[in-house]
Ligand binder design. Structure first.
Ligand SMILES: NC(=O)c1ccc[n+]([C@@H]2O[C@H](COP(=O)([O-])OP(=O)(O)OC[C@H]3O[C@@H](n4cnc5c(N)ncnc54)[C@H](O)[C@@H]3O)[C@@H](O)[C@H]2O)c1
Length: 380
């Protein structure tokens, strides 16, 4: 196969490129080495010279045209990825994630460079669900609205039933859940996914919208303060700096290890049948943010103080667990790396990386606060 990975110099892209090279594929990467994520604009030794590299922006039509020539499989990963940052850098997020995707599809539809394409995979996100699926005692399966500032200011962080406002209880979210993004990032990922799948259906080629949950593992950017709580917490723990946890610390995420994500993505690329649709790619297990902070502190024998601040960010969701039944049905795969093992792999790698100073992280928090996108529960 001739495979193009946009955003292939990033965390998931590099791991995927290694796996595809091991399978004997020809890999081309297009990436602009966004300075928010990368320390330099070089691929690691292990990829250098083994993949074809095009340093360019996904919105650069001429560069994309060149990158698409002869490609039969496209994996579209390039994106701006910070949930909080997306709430104020709105134009940038729509430009890269939506306009970038539109440029790609426009070329595939109208230019000869797209003629060889047989399959397309887009990195979607669980962010498109917003709060996701919950159970209300009176109304059964419900999909709560965005949590209101006033509600959270009272220290009531759990989502409520959109019909009766009673407390609702978390369920795994499946792909039939409605689109209900609660951040600009989520909205742009929704458009990316829908646009790519619409194109795949129209063209009659395979299309996979892989709804990644919280992906973690060695190689994730420790530099980018806008995304990845594991990276943020491990930077702080290594320097014995206090780890501040939003809300009451009981918010949770479905952390899925990079090897599982790569396996699901490779299986989508190798898929032999006919498929256009969405798949959750997660572990199916929820882990609280407090638990993550404690595990990281223990690993580094850190003197960091874990502080539950009662602060909250507009755009954040409360909990997340993916229903991975469809992933198993379509790709015959169940992610298998346990969080404890995956976290230890990640932290073992992170401790060998240079220290990241705290200023970028503080800047990211201040940017939100300055724009009125943070609040604080007055019960805390
Ligand atoms: N990591 C996660 O937890 C997670 C979860 C859900 C979805 N996703 C999605 O998976 C994809 C990859 O995520 P990742 O974790 O590898 O992120 P990453 O930030 O490590 O990689 C993204 C890559 O895209 C490149 N990029 C950014 N803007 C670009 C542009 N305008 N032109 C060309 N390249 C550009 C960056 O330089 C970077 O190398 C993204 O689409 C992201 O939205 C990731």
């Amino acid at each position: 196969m001739n495979i193009l990975i946009t955003g292939g110099a990033g965390f998931i892209g590099q791991h995927l490129a290694h796996a595809l090279l091991a399978q004997g594929e020809k890999v081309r990467i297009l990436d602009n080495f966004s300075p928010q994520i990368h320390f330099n604009d070089e691929l690691p030794e292990s990829l250098n010279g083994r993949v074809e590299l095009i340093k360019a922006d996904v919105r650069d039509r001429e560069a994309m045209k060149h990158a698409l020539v002869g490609v039969d499989t496209l994996v579209h990963l390039a994106a701006e990825t910070g949930t909080g940052q997306s709430m104020y850098e709105i134009e940038r997020y729509f430009s890269v994630n939506v306009q970038g995707t539109a440029t790609l599809i426009d070329l595939l539809q109208n230019d000869t460079c797209g003629k060889s394409l047989r399959s397309i995979v887009v990195a979607s996100s669980r962010a498109i669900y917003g709060e996701g699926a919950y159970q209300c005692e009176a109304h059964g399966l419900v999909y709560p609205h965005q949590r209101q500032r006033e509600q959270m200011a009272r220290g009531q962080f759990e989502p409520i039933c959109p019909q009766c406002n009673a407390r609702a209880y978390l369920l795994p979210t499946s792909e039939i859940a409605p689109f209900k993004p609660m951040s600009m990032y989520g909205l742009t990922k929704q458009v990316q996914e829908q646009a790519i799948l619409l194109f795949a259906r129209t063209r009659g080629i395979n299309g996979f919208g892989l709804r990644y949950q919280n992906v973690y593992g060695p190689g994730q950017s420790l530099k980018n303060p806008y995304t990845g709580i594991l990276a943020v917490f491990s930077n702080l723990a290594r320097q014995n700096q206090s780890i501040e946890i939003y809300e009451d610390g009981l918010e949770s995420r479905d952390f899925v290890y990079i090897d599982d994500v790569v396996e699901a993505t490779v299986r989508s690329i190798n898929y032999n049948g006919v498929f256009v649709g969405e798949l959750n790619v997660g572990s199916g297990v929820g882990t609280s943010v407090m638990n993550v902070a404690q595990e990281i502190k223990t690993f580094f024998s850190s003197e960091s103080i874990i502080q539950v601040t009662g602060e909250f960010r507009m755009g954040d969701i409360r909990h997340n667990i993916a229903d991975i039944t469809k992933l198993k049905d379509v790709l015959d795969y169940i992610p298998c790396v346990l969080f404890k093992q995956g976290l230890s792999n990640f932290l073992g790698w992170a401790e060998k990386q240079p220290d990241e100073d705290k200023s970028a992280y503080l800047r990211s928090v201040n940017e939100l606060a300055a724009r009125g996108l943070m609040g604080k529960a007055y019960t805390q």
